[in-house]
Design a protein around this ligand. Structure first.
Ligand code: ADP
Length: 433
């Protein structure tokens, strides 16, 4: 039985860096809690404070309802697995796993039994006699986990344990880790910067930005109703489309969301209409995930946006079209690699196409984003820096569709799946969480 209560904890490093900023969260007995956020947002610092490797500057930490800040790390019944796990190279797998038991004086026979149980649960029962140098990366990581859990800790802390492994192995081990911790019923806190890992593994996810807790909930809650623009932008692939809209209320009829060249109309019957109506005459951010958009015939009635395909990405099981719809997108800073890579990709693409034009004397393909157009405008909101840039609406298509860059495309929008955020990046909604 193990619960964790983090109460208003702050960590300021001697150089003044605020790594963790008034974070409160509780982890229930047996729960698998994932701490998610980009590098440097304070995830590891939180784990290290729970383990007793660092002291909070302010706040309190309770394990099983008891304050533990005065307890030494070894007295907290915590096991920790890091990304750079270190096994003893001269010991066999069996000796590595059994080492903590040997230290605490467990006799050889029961020790062997416990090692065998843990090793077979982790699928490494057949390599017990080998040395770490004779194992694959995935097997070594399993041994490190085995060594951590063999003493049946009350709490399991894992800091990016899979990030050194290749993607196939990561997916396999994800399922194994969650399976094992659930089977043992051990409370687990797991740190990652990978949103897919968080959504697939967690009972609940806590999302951090610059040491501040942004949102906490089940994967369905944080994905379905993200508390802030940052959370909306961080979760999901492709990223949520975030469009700037000006709001105009037509009393008793609808609320127009104007995206520049086109508009969508939120009916008064929508449960969130009143909340959005407060922003009459102002600009908000409207979020739409690719799954809320379905390609339709250009003359289809209803809530339809029209655009032209800028470029296509083929992913095998589906293709993604990025549409120019004459709207402005809001980009959120510190998204980690995914959004950033995409921006770099677009930048690199326009460089290549400019070089192509210079060499051939011909204008480059219409699909190439125009350099001027992709220039970003920076906006400092209260919740961090956002950028404006021409929107490229991500839309899911069948694999290898019969369209190409430059083609027009219309999509119907599921209005009840839209997300709304104010200029501080906070969710506009009613009666939620
Ligand atoms: P994450 O685990 O999310 O990548 P960390 O918790 O490691 O982030 O770091 C949070 C912030 O604290 C970062 O700005 C990092 O540079 C800083 N930091 C981490 N450890 C130390 C330290 N020992 N001394 C000073 N600053 C640190």
């Amino acid at each position: 039985m193990s619960t964790v209560d983090i109460k208003d904890v702050t960590k300021v490093w001697p150089d003044g860096t605020v790594a963790v900023d008034h974070v409160s969260l509780d982890v229930k007995d047996g729960e698998f809690m994932v701490l998610l956020g980009p590098s440097g947002c304070g995830k590891s610092t939180i784990l290290r404070m729970i383990a007793g490797l660092e002291d909070p500057t302010e706040g309190d930490i309770l394990l099983n309802g008891e304050p533990v800040l005065d307890l030494a790390p070894r007295d907290r019944r915590i096991a920790m697995v890091f990304q750079d796990f270190a096994l003893y190279p001269h010991m066999s797998v069996s000796e590595n796993i059994g080492f903590p038991l040997k230290l605490s004086g467990v006799e050889p026979v029961p020790r062997g039994e416990q090692i065998g149980n843990v090793a077979s649960a982790l699928g490494i029962g057949d390599v017990l006699a080998r040395k770490p140098g004779q194992l694959s990366g995935g097997q070594r990581q399993r041994v490190a986990m085995g060594r951590a859990i063999v003493r049946r800790p009350g709490l399991f802390l894992m800091d990016e344990p899979l990030s050194n492994l290749d993607s196939g192995l990561r997916a396999e081990l994800r399922a194994e880790i969650t399976g094992l911790t659930r089977e043992l019923g051990v409370t687990t806190m797991y740190v990652t910067h990978d949103q897919a890992e968080a959504l697939t593994m967690a009972d609940r996810v806590a999302i951090l930005r610059r040491g501040v807790l942004q949102d906490i909930g089940t994967p369905t809650e944080v994905y379905g109703r993200p508390a802030t623009l940052y959370v909306a932008a961080f979760l999901g692939a492709p990223r949520m489309n975030l469009l700037e809209a000006s709001v105009y209320v037509h009393l008793d009829r609808y609320i127009a969301l104007n995206f520049g060249e086109q508009a969508l109309y939120l009916p008064w019957t929508d449960i969130r209409a009143r909340a959005v109506a407060h922003y009459h005459g102002e600009r908000i951010v409207v979020g739409m995930r690719a799954e809320a958009l379905t390609p339709v015939a250009p003359d289809a009635p209803g809530d339809v946006l029209h655009g032209r395909i800028r470029y296509l990405e083929h992913h095998g099981h589906e293709s993604l079209a990025y549409l120019d719809i004459g709207a402005t997108a809001i980009m959120v800073d510190e998204m980690g690699s995914a959004v950033h890579d995409h921006q770099v990709e677009v930048g690199a693409f326009s460089k290549i196409s400019a070089a192509f034009s210079r060499l051939t004397g011909r204008p480059s393909n219409g699909a190439a984003p125009d350099r001027e157009e992709t220039k970003q405008e920076s906006v400092l909101g209260e919740n961090g820096r956002h950028h404006r840039r021409p929107a490229e609406l991500a839309v899911r298509l069948a694999p290898y569709p019969a369209v190409s860059p430059g083609h027009p495309l219309a999509v119907t929008v599921r209005m009840d799946s839209l997300h709304f955020f104010d200029d501080r990046g906070d969710r506009i909604d009613v009666g939620w969480r």
